[in-house]
Design a protein around this ligand. Structure first.
Ligand code: PHE
Length: 336
């Protein structure tokens, strides 16, 4: 028995043909050598049976494995062996592509890096201080309801905005500070075409002596023109954020209709892109920065929102569904 098993093993290993049917006939098929051994096995005495049962099953698996790899090789060979018909249509070849959010993100980074902003990062699991309290949002303050929060069992939260990075940077760096903080944020929202529990923001922060509101307007006007085209105008609307005083929201003239009115801008000629304002002196002080010497501005924008405007995407969920038909449309777009 041992002898025969070794012979079959050696035979399979030495098989140099590429014909699966022949291999089956010789080894793994109904009339192959392995099955013949199983027939012999049936008439073995009891103790021998115990010994060879397992060995034979292993042999059978080995044979199956050889056969499978042979079949694989045969498939490949069929393709390679037929270069003769040059009129056959080519096979489609997916090139791979950047994710639209990555494209937009890279572009935002590069626009701000030209005016001196460095990239900063902060944690997605954040404590109450950095996500809320240090940002002038005390406990029980109604402003906490502005953003629906995922609370974790240890009292931490999934950050609801990238503004936590403002605090982390100001706590550890001395002005002048000029940072851009892209990242994921989380809100306890029902997922729909317009809202998602998980999306991306970019935070900007500039702190120095004599930073003024017009500095912010000028930098964001530059951003608007770089991002959406040189004809783009921005406008400011008064707004409220606990961590900025004064606060504003910025609209850009609609990049689709140029301000004439269309369904993207809901016939107003303007689309909202970000929130901003002068860093509240309380926030500077919370981070140990003297608000008598320093001032700053901050802004935050949603990356999905910008991507939707630029690419005309009308459903937020598309960004996280990984549908290849959606992603392939960005194949030829490269960030700049
Ligand atoms: N954190 C704010 C939001 O998520 C955006 C913002 C950032 C506003 C910085 C002002 C300054 O809505």
């Amino acid at each position: 028995m041992d002898e025969k098993i070794r012979e079959i093993q050696a035979g399979m290993a030495a098989y140099t043909g590429c014909d699966v049917d022949e291999f089956k006939r010789l080894f793994t098929g109904k009339n192959g050598a392995i099955n013949a051994l199983f027939a012999e096995f049936k008439s073995l005495p009891g103790p021998e049976k115990a010994k060879y049962g397992k060995v034979l099953n292993q042999l059978k698996q080995e044979g199956q494995a050889w056969q499978n790899s042979l079949a694989e090789a045969q498939k490949v060979n069929v393709k390679v062996d037929r270069p003769d018909d040059l009129t056959l249509p080519g096979e489609p070849h997916f090139q791979g592509s950047r994710h639209p959010l990555a494209i937009i993100q890279t572009r935002i980074n590069s626009i701000f890096s030209k005016i001196g902003f460095a990239i900063a990062e902060g944690p997605e699991i954040e404590d109450d201080w950095h996500n809320f309290s240090a940002l002038n949002i005390p406990e029980d303050h109604p402003a906490r309801d502005m953003q629906d929060t995922f609370f974790l069992e240890d009292g931490k939260v999934l950050r609801t905005h990238t503004s936590n990075v403002q605090i982390r940077v100001m706590e550890t760096q001395a002005p002048p500070i000029r940072i851009l903080a892209p990242g994921k944020v989380f809100r306890n929202e029902t997922v729909s075409a317009r809202a998602h529990a998980f999306f991306h923001q970019v935070e900007g922060l500039y702190v120095n002596e004599n930073v003024s509101f017009p500095d912010m307007v000028q930098d964001l006007d530059y951003f608007g023109k770089q991002m959406f085209g040189s004809q783009t105008k921005i406008r400011l609307r008064p707004s409220y954020f606990p961590f900025t005083e004064i606060s504003a929201e910025i609209d850009v003239s609609c990049m689709i209709c140029g301000g004439d009115g269309c369904n993207i801008c809901k016939y107003t000629g303007w689309v909202e892109i970000l929130g901003c304002g002068m860093v509240d002196p309380n926030v500077l002080e919370n981070c140990g920065i003297d608000s008598n010497i320093y001032s700053g501005y901050a802004f935050g924008m949603g990356i999905e929102r910008i991507a939707m405007l630029i690419y005309g995407v009308n459903d937020l969920r598309l960004f996280s569904q990984n549908d290849i038909r959606f992603l392939q449309q960005f194949e030829s777009i490269h960030p700049f």
